[in-house]
Design a protein around this ligand. Structure first.
Ligand code: SF4
Length: 331
């Protein structure tokens, strides 16, 4: 149950680390989409408070990277490298996020930043790759090798439930840290205090990587050769901001609680099922064809309220409108 393992780890990290915790983030630079990390920790930087005051959603990275500044009004078509339907949506979302403001003059649209984007709002980024069972490692070794040679994150850690042997450690790149995490079953249920997420033992500390240095990313693997791309520190910095933004907007409670009478979420909001006595994945486990399904309203649990209470993320700062507009397309 990789899903339950991942949610328990996220809940544990949220309770124990001073960081924004998010899951399933794109983490390739040269070949976007080719690498997704399971969990990302975004540690607050000195300007974190300024960032929280803008919006609780993702500020569209293309808006941050555009030539739209704070003082001067500009036409959108003059501020983006290529302008079209896609960038129109970026502008709309940046306005909705309160990052851009918009006016109309002489029949044309003008925009500017409503607030300066706070560089330095995040500090270290830590990637965690989950592999509950090291007996079925799949592509794990090569993924971790790429993470270590690319150096996009400040640290990379492997989390597993398996007993970690010396042979396992020898196969995992030296810079990658190793945690043994034994999750709870979500058994505390709705009445629990949410502290019961599992035990985490540090088997090996990660070695810090250097995100400012030139990195090497494997872009394609064939039987006899691996294609690689060199990734500059500047390209990595841009990707890191994208990951931090996406993490801030997304978090880890990315599921809907099931409309089933057996749904009994844990106190930290994980989708526990009373019928099976464990955390389930609503997207794949729940529905009318589940033997225990009993149609009902979803549990009245406000997942965003839980996130706001339990993490540095600030919900609805200054009454900014909440948006749910598929920001994945900006990454
Ligand atoms: S649909 Fe099935 S797995 Fe989902 S909460 Fe109901 S009984 Fe549990």
């Amino acid at each position: 149950m990789e899903f339950a393992f991942e949610l328990a780890l996220c809940a544990h990290l949220e309770a124990t680390a001073d960081a924004v915790v998010a899951r399933q983030l794109g983490a390739a630079v040269a070949a976007p989409g080719s690498r997704v990390v399971d969990v990302c920790l975004v540690e607050p930087g000195p300007n974190f408070g300024e960032r929280t005051r803008i919006t609780d959603a993702t500020v569209p990275p293309l808006a941050v990277e555009s030539a739209v500044g704070v003082g001067e009004w500009v036409r959108p078509r003059d501020a983006f490298e290529s302008y079209g339907e896609y960038t129109t949506a970026v502008v709309d979302d940046a306005v909705a996020a309160g990052f851009f403001e918009r006016r109309h003059r002489g029949g044309s649209e003008q925009i500017r930043q409503a607030v300066r984007y706070p560089e330095g709002w995040f500090d270290r980024l830590v990637a965690v790759e989950n592999k509950p069972d090291l007996g079925t490692p799949g592509d794990l070794e090569r993924q971790l090798q790429t993470d270590a040679s690319l150096g996009l994150f400040d640290e990379v850690v492997l989390a597993t439930e398996s007993y970690v042997t010396r042979a396992h450690l020898n196969r995992i790149p030296e810079a990658v840290g190793v945690w043994r995490f034994r999750p709870d079953s979500g058994g505390s249920g709705a009445g629990g205090d949410g502290a019961d997420t599992g035990d985490l033992e540090v088997v090996r500390e990660p070695t810090p990587l250097d995100p400012t240095a030139l990195g090497v990313e494997a872009t394609a693997r064939r039987s006899l050769r691996t294609d690689v791309a060199f990734v500059s520190g500047a390209e990595k910095a841009r990707k890191r901001r994208r990951i931090a933004e996406r993490s801030y907007g997304k978090g880890w409670r990315t599921y809907d609680l099931p409309p089933c009478a057996a749904a009994a979420p844990t106190a930290d909001g994980r989708p526990r099922c009373a019928h099976y006595g464990r955390v389930v994945d609503p997207a794949s486990d729940c529905g009318a064809d589940c033997p225990g399904f009993d149609a009902a309203d979803p549990p009245a649990v406000d997942l965003d309220a839980l996130r706001a209470t339990r993490s540095p993320w600030v919900r609805d700062p200054g009454g900014v409108a909440r948006r749910q507009s598929g920001l994945d397309r900006f990454l």
